[in-house]
Design a binder for this molecule. Structure first.
Ligand code: ADP
Ligand code: MG
Length: 272
C-alpha cells in the first residue's frame, strides 16, 4: 500500500457532533485505519460510554480493563491503557468501558474537570506510544466528556450526514467550540468537515452537500462517504470496513478521506 504523508507535528483530532448516528464512530475508526494501514501510527481514544469504537477495533473493553475512564481519573497512563487493534499494529485504541457512563457526573466535582483528558495526553505520554495521530471519538452530547475532548485537541472534525436536519444543532456545536476556544483552548480549530452517508439517488443528499459546502468552503473534504451496507456491517465482525472489504466503495472512500486529512494543512479556521 502506498504510504500516507506523516504530519509535521503530531495531530490530535476530536470527532464531534452532538447528534447521534451521524457517523462519528464510523468515521473515527475508518479514518484511523486508513492512516494506520498506510504506515502512520494512529491512536483512537474511545470517549463514548457505548464503546462502539472499541468494538469496531476489536479491543477488550470489559469493565475493569484499563480504559479512558482510568485515564481521566489519572489512574492509568496512555501506554498502559492503549491496546493494539487486531487490524494493524499501527492502530491503537484506548477503550471505553461501561465505567465511563458515570464519568459525565463524576467529573463535575473534580479539579481541572475540563482538562482531565489533556493531562493524560502529555507529549511524553504520546511519545511513549509513538503515534502521529490521535482521534477522539465523542459521545452524542455536549457534556463534560466532549468538552474534555475539545480541550485536549488541536482540531475538530465534524461528520455531517447528508440528510434532512443535517445542519440542525450544528450552530450549538459551533457555539460550544467557540466557548472552548475563548476560555480553555485558544488554538483549537475546526479543521475538517466530512460528509457521510451520501445516497446519490436522492436529490436531498446533493442539496445538503451544496449547502454545507456553501457555508463551510474548503474545510469540507472533497471526498464524500457513500451510504454503504459494507460500512455498517464491518463493526459486527470486529473490523473496520478497510479490513472487512477493502475493495468496497465505503473502504476506498475512507482511504481517500484519510489521505485528504493527511495531506491538508492543519491551520484552517472555520468561518461560517
Ligand atoms: P455516531 O457515532 O455519530 O453515533 P455511527 O458511526 O455509530 O454514528 O453511525 C450510526 C449508524 O450508521 C451505525 O449503525 C453505522 O454502522 C451506520 N453508518 C455509518 N456510516 C455509514 C455509511 N457510510 N453507510 C452505511 N451505514 C453507515
Ligand atoms: Mg458513536
Amino acid at each position: 500500500a502506498n504510504s500516507m504523508p506523516r504530519p509535521a507535528r503530531r495531530r490530535v483530532i476530536t470527532v464531534a457532533n452532538q447528534k447521534g448516528g451521524v457517523g462519528k464512530t464510523t468515521s473515527t475508526v475508518n479514518l484511523a485505519a486508513g492512516l494506520a494501514l498506510h504506515g502512520v501510527r494512529t491512536l483512537v481514544i474511545d470517549l463514548d460510554p457505548q464503546g462502539n469504537a472499541s468494538t469496531a477495533l476489536d479491543v477488550d473493553h470489559r469493565s475493569g480493563t484499563p480504559s479512558v475512564y482510568e485515564l481521566l481519573l489519572g489512574e492509568t497512563t496512555l501506554a498502559d491503557a492503549a491496546q493494539a487493534s487486531t487490524q494493524s499494529e499501527n492502530l491503537l485504541c484506548i477503550p471505553a468501558t461501561i465505567d465511563l457512563a458515570g464519568a459525565e457526573i463524576e467529573l463535575v466535582s473534580m479539579a481541572q474537570r475540563e482538562a482531565r483528558l489533556k493531562e493524560g495526553l502529555t507529549r511524553e505520554a504520546l511519545e511513549a506510544i509513538d503515534v502521529d495521530y490521535v482521534f477522539i471519538d465523542c459521545p452524542p452530547s455536549l457534556g463534560l466528556l466532549t468538552v474534555n475532548a475539545l480541550v485536549a485537541a488541536d482540531e475538530v472534525l465534524i461528520p455531517i450526514q447528508c440528510e434532512y436536519y443535517a445542519l440542525e444543532g450544528l450552530g450549538q456545536l459551533l457555539n460550544n467550540i467557540e466557548l472552548v476556544q475563548r476560555h480553555l483552548n485558544q488554538t483549537l480549530t475546526v479543521s475538517t468537515i466530512l460528509l457521510t452517508m451520501y445516497d446519490g439517488r436522492t436529490k436531498l443528499a446533493d442539496q445538503v452537500t451544496q449547502e454545507v459546502r456553501r457555508h463551510f468552503g474548503d474545510v469540507v473534504l472533497k471526498t464524500i462517504i457513500p451510504r454503504s451496507v459494507k460500512v455498517s456491517e464491518a463493526p459486527g465482525y470486529g473490523q473496520t470496513v478497510l479490513g472487512y472489504d477493502p475493495g468496497s466503495r465505503g473502504a476506498m472512500s475512507y482511504v481517500d478521506a484519510a489521505r485528504e486529512v493527511a495531506e491538508r494543512g492543519t491551520n484552517r479556521e472555520l468561518r461560517p
